[in-house]
Design a protein around this ligand. Structure first.
Ligand SMILES: *Cc1c(COP(=O)(O)O)cnc(C)c1O
Length: 462
């Protein structure tokens, strides 16, 4: 453990942090005023901050700590690997045992017919790889005009230039003059926010048919791929209506367009199966993964490549001029192997499917009657609470985002990390969370909602 965390009081750590650390996705003015939160320890679903407070990690870090914090097996596996071979690259026809073993493991866990993995170090890089790979694929197929990638507004595909461009976050696009050309965004299947008078099922069809309209307008001969998260995560746990994915599949069935599933969140168990694609019957051509692959113990991501595309690369391509220094890093591969081994040996995915996800659904159902909650939705171990001023209509609070921020801060004070996306409160706990811990979470969230309501009244916002 770092000596700083043992020896310095919180205020000194915050001052040092403020002096030298530019944080990602942070308003630095307000961070400097409020001071950053210093986390010093993690164990299971619990974190400890520098003042000794225990906090439940209701977001599993950033949706990625599947097996919980602090598992010594991972530390041991990484240490052993580092002593054996701390680094060698996988460029130019070299490889090493950990990346070989991991690839075989992932091919076994992935649905058919995915037998090839291209490694990177993050979800953003996975999607950068997807962008280059699908365009290169169509070049190899003799269709160089097929270059446009269709994605959705309010999707999150990472923060690099390609990731931001593929994503549909307008505030991100506005910084850096994005998106790059060749990305076309369509409506998202967000019924609670945008469904109007349509039923969820009708709205799901409507949103899927935006893909059909885009194909008609742009022309199939110019479209390389449609890319989507099975469930939008950072956009606010947007669980599509049941009609959405079947209709997307119907639309793409007779089109020569690749389907890319961004499974950076839904991959590795979060929805109660190893991959979200099988939960929704999506059958994509490429699957982007990262986050849960190592449970966050070390950075790693990848693109799972369908046999058809892999064969095209092998038989029709020459060298694919793409790759990063740390692709397939041996220590990261060792962490991933240890993580996936724990997940298999301890039946973590079955625990999500049979125990944790039904329990979380029940906990959320119990919160739906709270006067601030317009909708409480879950799928697997993803959940969202839509905060609204009144029911049953779906009107929003004025100044969207303020109420979510107030609620999130109250949540922290009550020892629970919950994320605010606009005025939706998001939970995505470690997959190993127990029913008792989920009960604690539910009780705490109800208390937080009550306190949020009182605070809103005090400020005249409700
Ligand atoms: C987090 C995320 C990414 C980006 O992953 P990084 O590792 O942060 O680059 C991409 N897609 C989805 C769906 C994500 O949730």
């Amino acid at each position: 453990m770092s000596e700083l965390s043992n020896q310095y009081p919180t205020g000194a750590l915050q001052a040092l942090d403020a002096s030298h650390h530019l944080h990602p996705f942070t308003d630095h003015g307000s961070l400097r005023q409020e001071g950053s939160r210093v986390i010093v320890k993690g164990e299971g679903v619990w974190l400890t901050d520098s003042d000794g407070n225990r906090i439940m990690d209701g977001m599993a870090g950033l949706w990625n700590v599947q097996i919980g914090h602090g598992r010594a097996e991972i530390a041991d596996a990484v240490a052993t690997q580092m002593r054996q071979l701390s680094y060698y690259n996988t460029f130019f026809k070299t490889t090493h045992p950990p990346v070989i073993e991991l690839s075989e493991m992932i091919a076994r866990l992935a649905p058919e017919p995915y037998n090839q993995v291209f490694y990177v170090s993050s979800g953003s890089e996975a999607n950068d790889t997807v962008l280059r790979l699908v365009r290169y694929y169509w070049d190899l197929k003799g269709k160089p005009d097929k270059k446009t990638i269709i994605t959705r507004w309010n999707a999150y595909h990472g923060s690099t230039v390609a990731g931001t461009s593929l994503g549909g976050m307008k505030a991100m696009h506005a910084q850096g003059d994005l998106p790059i050309p060749g990305i076309h965004h369509i409506d998202q299947p967000y019924w609670f926010g945008e469904g109007g008078d349509l039923s969820p099922d009708d709205f799901g069809l409507w949103a899927a048919r935006k893909l059909e309209e885009a194909i008609d307008r742009i022309g199939e001969e110019r479209i390389a791929a449609f890319m989507a998260e099975p469930i939008q995560g950072a956009g606010g746990v947007i669980i599509p209506p049941d009609t959405y994915w079947p209709e997307v599949k119907r639309i793409l069935a007779d089109q020569d367009i690749l389907l890319v599933a961004d499974e950076v969140i839904s991959g590795f168990g979060r929805l109660g199966e190893w991959f979200g694609s099988t939960v929704y019957g999506i059958e994509p051509d490429l699957i982007a993964v990262a986050k849960g692959m190592t449970s966050g113990y070390l950075p790693m991501g990848g693109v799972l490549v369908h046999d058809g595309i892999a064969q095209t690369l092998e038989h029709e391509g020459g060298e694919f001029f793409h790759g990063t220094t740390y692709a397939g890093h041996p220590a990261c591969a060792a962490a991933a192997i240890a993580n996936l081994t724990i997940m298999q040996d301890e039946g973590v995915v079955g625990h999500v499917r049979d125990v944790a996800a039904p329990k979380m659904a029940a906990v959320f159902a119990g919160l739906a009657d709270h006067p601030l909650v317009g909708e409480a939705r879950t799928k697997g171990l993803l959940g969202a609470l839509e905060l609204v001023p009144g029911k049953p209509d779906r009107t929003r609070f004025a100044n969207e985002g303020d109420v979510g921020t107030i609620c999130r801060d109250i949540c922290f004070q009550n020892g629970l990390v919950m994320r605010a996306v606009r005025d939706s409160m998001i939970l995505s706990p470690p997959l190993v969370i127990t029913p008792d811990e989920l009960d604690w979470m539910g009780t705490t969230v109800r208390k937080v909602l009550d306190e949020t309501g009182a605070e809103l009244k005090r400020r005249g916002l409700w």
